[in-house]
Design a protein around this ligand. Structure first.
Ligand SMILES: Cc1cc2nc3c(=O)[nH]c(=O)nc-3n(C[C@H](O)[C@H](O)[C@H](O)COP(=O)(O)O)c2cc1C
Length: 236
């Protein structure tokens, strides 16, 4: 368990506090005013959402690479979320998702999963210069579960999947998701052998971590909004 310190005496320097109270008293959880809590309670939860569903998809190897590298970090918790596992049909809810009146079990299951995260990394290919239909459909199923959260993108395609991400950024705005600037763009020509065996160039690891830094930074900053002002996520 890693200790996290929450100070109530914010005006004083740590040195001043140590001088005044003594190090032993400050570090003793029984006598200290410092809140000792489990760091995992404060960890941001980041979903790595695999956005392609077709048999033989390249997305699986890309999402696994993102997940494996993410897990080397200790500043957030990561989970791989494969939209294929949720068996979502073409949107079949009668009421718009912003009303939150879900009638189908698959929607409720998908809602509970997405609601449990603070931030998202969308792993997406580019289909016909745009977002894969299955990913757009999965996004459209929900509304408030996405609000006041953060997204980063890992895309792939012959042009790095960038057109898919540009479209996703427009969708993020409507869902009140803050999308970070840094992104990972993987080329079918240079990061895949025979357009199928994923062999990413080494420099992508740095891009991935830069994107994750931004996702975790913004995700942490927005946490108070999600906790204290949930009405900000109300649909207009
Ligand atoms: C329906 C379809 C449309 C595609 N359109 C594009 C495209 O517009 N631009 C592009 O760079 N690649 C395009 N591709 C190639 C995909 O980027 C490539 O097949 C990628 O591996 C697809 O991701 P997936 O394997 O995870 O499904 C397309 C592939 C499919 C299946």
């Amino acid at each position: 368990m890693q200790a996290v310190w929450g100070f109530s005496h914010r005006k004083e320097s740590i040195g001043g506090l140590v001088d005044y109270y003594g190090m032993e008293a400050l570090l003793n959880p029984k006598t200290s005013f410092i809140n000792f809590t489990d760091a995992s309670e404060h960890m941001l939860k980041v979903a790595i959402i695999l956005g392609s569903t077709r048999p033989g998809r390249n997305g699986e190897a890309v999402a696994r690479w993102v997940y494996d590298l993410s897990r080397k970090r200790n500043d957030a918790e990561f989970e791989l979320v494969d939209i294929k596992d949720f068996d979502l049909p073409i949107l079949d809810e009668p009421v718009p998702p912003s009303m939150g009146q879900y009638t189908k079990e698959h929607t409720k299951k998908w809602s509970a999963k997405i609601a449990s995260f603070d931030a998202f990394v969308f792993v997406t290919p580019e289909y016909n210069h745009g977002i894969p239909g299955a990913l757009k459909n999965a996004i459209d199923f929900l509304y408030r579960e996405w609000n006041n959260k953060v997204a980063g993108f890992v895309s792939y395609g012959s042009a790095g999947g960038v057109r898919s991400v540009e479209q996703l950024r427009l969708v993020m705005a409507e869902l009140q998701i803050a999308d970070v600037r840094a992104q990972v763009q993987l080329s079918l020509f240079t990061d895949f052998e025979n357009f199928s065996a994923f062999k990413p160039a080494a420099f992508h690891e740095k891009s991935l971590n830069t994107m994750l830094d931004q996702v975790i930074g913004w995700g942490s900053a927005l946490k108070s909004l999600r906790i204290e002002r949930p009405e900000y996520s109300m649909a207009a």
